[in-house]
Design a protein around this ligand. Structure first.
Ligand SMILES: *[C@@H]1O[C@H](CO)[C@@H](O)[C@H](O)[C@H]1NC(C)=O
Ligand SMILES: *[C@@H]1O[C@H](CO)[C@@H](O)[C@H](O)[C@H]1NC(C)=O
Length: 184
């Protein structure tokens, strides 16, 4: 039963394409795959405020599944240690736009790769379709250091979407997460 509900909601989400935010033109999923670091994060949820100064730049790995869906594996440094999490992104009929079912918030969200040049950075917007409260902007870099003009673009984009200055973070690298022994 859960699957059917999710499928129906996803179809609805695919139809509500965000007029104000367009994905990267000619988005190329093959070139987007592989390793990224989340070097910037804008997140306005009041519950998140106490954690702001503890955030580290998580590593993510984008795997393309047969059929064009995506698994995003994230390694998050948490007080409980390095935690691995897999997000399953479903493609939509718009290249660069995905949906996923958030078990934490119990709802379908959508993800737009707003801009990327594949070799250096990617600016990604996460929407909660029916309520903007938990919307996030993330800046991914292929390495921990992303050029200053890219950071500035990320900041202005987040500000233009209504994020407060305090909610825009550029966290330091995570230490030993993933553990260096894992070979990644
Ligand atoms: C994608 O993620 C799901 C959920 O963790 C997992 O079951 C599946 O094996 C993953 N697929 C690939 C190709 O990694
Ligand atoms: C991506 O951006 C970086 C830094 O701005 C630049 O050096 C590089 O040439 C760009 N790559 C492409 C494919 O445009």
């Amino acid at each position: 039963m859960g699957i059917t509900v999710v499928a129906v909601v996803m179809v609805m989400c695919a139809m509500v394409v965000h007029a104000d935010v367009k994905p990267q033109r000619d988005f190329d999923l093959q070139r987007f795959a592989g390793k990224w670091y989340r070097v910037g994060l804008a997140y306005d949820s009041p519950k998140f405020v106490p954690f702001r100064d503890k955030v580290k730049a998580s590593m993510g790995f984008v795997t393309i599944l047969p059929g064009g869906n995506v698994n995003l594996t994230m390694w998050d440094a948490t007080p409980l240690g390095c935690q691995i999490k897999v997000y399953q992104y479903e493609k939509t009929n718009v290249a660069g736009q995905f949906t996923y079912y958030s078990t934490r918030h119990n709802m379908v969200k959508d993800i737009t790769v707003v801009s990327t040049n594949y070799t250096d950075y990617a600016l990604v917007l996460k929407h909660k379709v029916f309520n903007r409260e938990y919307t996030q902007v993330a800046l991914y870099g292929r390495s921990h250091s992303v050029r200053n003009n890219i950071i500035q673009r990320f900041r202005s984009f987040a500000l233009s979407k209504g994020f407060s200055r305090d909610s825009i973070l550029t966290p330091p690298p995570a230490e030993n997460c993933p553990p260096s022994a894992s070979g990644r």
